[in-house]
Write a protein that binds this ligand. Sequence first.
Ligand code: HAM
Length: 424
Amino acid sequence: MSKGIQPVRGMNDILPEDSPYWQAVEDTARAVFEEYGYQEIRMPIVERTELFVRSIGEVTDVVEKEMYTFEDRSGDSLTLRPEGTASCVRAGMSHGLFHNQIQRLWYQGPMFRHERPQKGRYRQFHQLGVEAYGLEGPDIDAEMLMLTARLWRRLGLDSVRLKLNSLGNPEARRAYREKLVSYFSEFRDRLDEDSRRRLESNPLRILDSKNPDLAEIIADAPSILDHLDEESRQHFDKLRRLLDAQGIEYEVDPRLVRGLDYYSRTVFEWTTDRLGAQDAVCSGGRYDFLVSQLGGRHVPAVGWALGMERLIALLALGDEAPRRDSRPHAYLAMMGEEAEQLGWRLAESLRDELPGLRLTVHCGGGSFKSQLKKADRSGAELALILGETEIRQGRVGIKPLRSGEEQFEVDQAKLADLLRERLD
Ligand code: HAM
């Protein structure tokens, strides 16, 4: 059979067999966010192109090569959001959320980047993110990392490691950048094309190169941690003390620079060695200058986003990936018109009486045998059976589908009680 129109490369369907795993992560994350006082914000998927160019930075891979940008019918240049932070800042500024207020926000949804698709890297992918505004000190950085560590614990994940760095304030970074340019310029001939280009545009990104031929040169490069301004150094030291006191393990990685330009001071990544090249599961940091750069007041900010596809792939490698159970509790099979009429009535009154009961009512007729096959395939715990004999006796047949128990019967009037008891 023809498979019809093909999906867009790098954009995936999340099928019913997979969605329970997504729901479990989303439910757990929402619960943890709420426990820490974070509130949900929902932003549009499309923004003005200018927002991303000015916040993510003109000479980043995302803006240079990866954005889905188009002109709408009014001639405005719009872009499918490649990430959530810029939109969150825009929303906060549009609605005055930053006026002398502290905000702890979270969001989720699809993001779009025209990257070369491979395992763990897609063109439509999904992020869950948190952002906090109005807090200058390292306590909120620590809180965000504690929240993340708790999320991993709740999900039963122990294969991610935290890498931590500080990028200092913009002046310190400018001075460091010059040091780096003069250092790497000495090795210009040995640099690959990408790094040579970055030498002019964004030299810190050379530190991020995965080219093994450059590993040695990069290892000997000056460290940003030796070039921090005093305030950033104190901020970083205090953050480390807070994490140490909470028993949160991390590795300081002075080569950790981020692919987006808005960061200052703290940056971090939770990575894994179990997913191959796309090893960052969750990343973020401080961006104290973004709001003012976009025309607002000084609003300190910090946040992170995790990649749902990567997190789910990682959880799937474990023994028991968390999944929301959405299989039916019961499946009602019925035979004959009288049984159907009674069955629908019974089903609706069960739904009235037992909110949350997952009950599938068989549609489409067929023999009891074929109905019970469908009941079994649905994953239901129990099949409820209504045929002529049951109707005559005012009873319902109950066939446990998983426990190996024998089939038995119950009065129709006692069905709700039985289900309440068994399915609790
Ligand atoms: P990012 O590092 O670009 O940061 O993305 C965050 C996470 O999204 C990554 O760690 C990764 O798990 C996932 N991700 C990124 N690109 C892809 C892709 N093409 N396919 C699958 N997963 C991907 C940000 O987006 C920042 N907005 C994070 C942040 C929030 N910083 C401060 N607040």
